[in-house]
Structures are given as C-alpha cells and as structure tokens.
Unconditional design. Structure first.
Length: 320
C-alpha cells in the first residue's frame, strides 16, 4: 500500500469518526446542559453547547495513534499525541471550571518542551540563531501558536476552516502527509456541526490541542528548510492574532481575557455573517496554499505576495 493511499485511508476514517463522534458529543452536551451563555464579549446571541472539540479529538487522536505504529519511529508521534491529550484534559477543565492562565501556560510549556525534545531535523531558523536560541525561539513560537488558535476561535466555522486549510496545505508542501490530513479531516468532520449557525462550539478542549498539533507540523516543515511555506500557510491567523495582541498590549488591556477586537470580529460586528467571514478566510487560505507551493522554489516573492493578501483581508474586515 503506497503512502498516498495510507494517508487517504486515515483521512477518510478520521473525517467519518469526527463527524459521528461530534454528533454524539452534541447530544451529551445538551443532556448535561453544558452551554456557552452569550455575554457582552460573545459573537453569538443564543446559548450553545460548548465542548465539541471532544468529538473532533475522538476521531483525530486514535487515527494519529494508529498512524504512529505505521512508522519506523513512533516515539515522536506518541509524545505529540500525549501532549495533545494532556492539553485537552486541562482545557476541558478550563471550559467547565476556570483554570488560571499561569497553570495553562505552564502545561503548554511542558507539552512544547517534550515535543521539541523528540522532533528531528535541522534548526528551525536555518542557522540565523545559535542552536540554544533557535530552540528557545521555536518553543516560544509554538506556545504562541497554541494560544492564537484558541484566541481566534470566536465565530462559527472559522477555526475548522483554518485547521483544515493548514492541514491540507502542509500535506501538499511536504510535511508528513498522513498526520496533516488526519488533522484536516478531523476539522472538516467537526465543521458539519459548527458551520453557521453552529449547533455547538469547539471550546478550548478542541482549539488548544489543534494549535499544538498544527504547530508541531509547521515546525517539522520549517526544520526541512521550508520556512517560508511554514509562515505562509497560517498567515491569516498569525497576522490577526499577533497584531491584535500588540494593540491590546499597547492599550494596557488584559491580553488573556476574552474580547471582540480581532479583525474578523470587527467584520461580524459590522453586519457580516459568520459564514461570510469564514468563507472569506477559506478563500484567502486557498491562495495561501498556492503561494506556499510557490515558496518551495521562490520563497521571498511568495512571502511578499502572501503578506499583501493577508493585509488586504485584514483591511477589508476592518472596513466592512
């Protein structure tokens, strides 16, 4: 059985499992009355079950575990699976009963440190930094990516679209295809229930482990020398989350608190539907996938074009 067939089979099984499991989780959340009640920071207007990421992970993590034993070196994948599962457990507790930001950050640092210890390949920053600084910078970037996936999960469908796009793009540009497609397929199965109007929300239990796994795959890609595609594929989420963070820091706001200041949230506040914003992000991501492929041979021109497209999308959302 060839590798593309293996990747395709894993992806198809993950999509079906995520679709079915999320539906079962929805029924359980409704029965237990585990709902997200709207407040002044919310982008939704009615109580909605929260924690659908459990269903996504129920399809995704077993598929990754099965894949690990198809490889000649399963240890890195087992460590990443354990890290994602541990973050999911803590995040689920945070979804139900608040966990302080200090403990969440500590858990993320531990999971990222364990992941960095088992990831093979060259330096992430390709010799621009000494090895010790390269490792620290890669860890900080990974922790930030975990958090930005969580911060950006604020409207129906957007994180499912982003995760599916990054996963598909990673598989096309040279990251390990099966894990990338497994993550993408899990997100697509979840989207069946999270598309606008969403029947349930992902919650931290889904967005935090997704950020952890996608961050690992992006670092793997960067370690092969393809740093430009690794920057381009998550370009929209990186730009929106990072710019908003710095703006809130300058304004001396509590950056860890929920808010409605991201560019995509500005668009919904000006009348765009959640579906329209998520589709716009999806269209941008298709362009970014094309540019990531171009970046394999022409990194700087592709990166410049990607920056222009992302900036144009941010401006469009801000002026909607």
């Amino acid at each position: 059985m060839s590798d593309p067939w293996v990747a395709g089979i894993f992806a198809a099984a993950t999509l079906a499992a995520s679709w079915i499991a999320t539906g079962r989780v929805l029924a359980w959340l409704i029965h237990r009355q585990i709902v997200d009640t709207p407040n002044h920071r919310s982008s939704h207007t009615r109580p909605t079950p929260r924690g659908g990421g459990i269903g996504l992970l129920a399809g995704l993590l077993p598929a990754l575990l099965a894949f690990a034993f198809f490889t000649s070196a399963p240890l890195p994948w087992l460590v990443l699976i354990a890290g994602a599962a541990g973050l999911a457990l803590l995040s689920w507790r945070d979804d139900r009963k608040h966990v302080s930001a200090r403990w969440r950050l500590l858990a993320q640092i531990v999971a990222v440190a364990a992941g960095l210890a088992v990831l093979d390949g060259d330096l992430v920053f390709q010799g621009l930094l000494p090895p010790a600084l390269d490792l620290i910078a890669a860890g900080l970037a990974w922790v930030w990516f975990v958090n930005l996936m969580n911060f950006m999960d604020g409207i129906d469908g957007i994180t499912g679209v982003e995760a599916a796009s990054i996963g598909i793009g990673l598989a096309l540009v040279g990251a390990p295809a099966a894990p990338a497609l497994i993550v993408a397929a899990g997100a697509i199965g979840f989207l069946r229930w999270n598309w606008h109007p969403a029947r349930l929300f992902m919650g931290d239990v889904g967005s935090v482990p997704l950020g952890y796994l996608l961050g690992a795959l992006l670092l793997m890609l960067a370690k092969t020398g393809h740093w430009a595609p690794a920057l381009i594929l998550p370009g929209y989420y990186l730009a929106d989350a990072t710019w908003t963070l710095f703006r809130r820091l300058i304004q001396r706001k509590r950056v860890w608190e929920a808010h409605r200041e991201h560019f995509y949230q500005q668009a919904t506040q000006r009348g765009w539907s959640h579906a329209r914003v998520s589709i716009s992000v999806g269209v941008l991501n298709l362009c970014l996938i094309f540019l990531a492929l171009l970046a394999l041979s022409s990194p700087w021109p592709a990166l410049a074009l990607a920056a222009v497209l992302v900036a144009a999308t941010l401006f469009r959302f801000a002026r909607a």
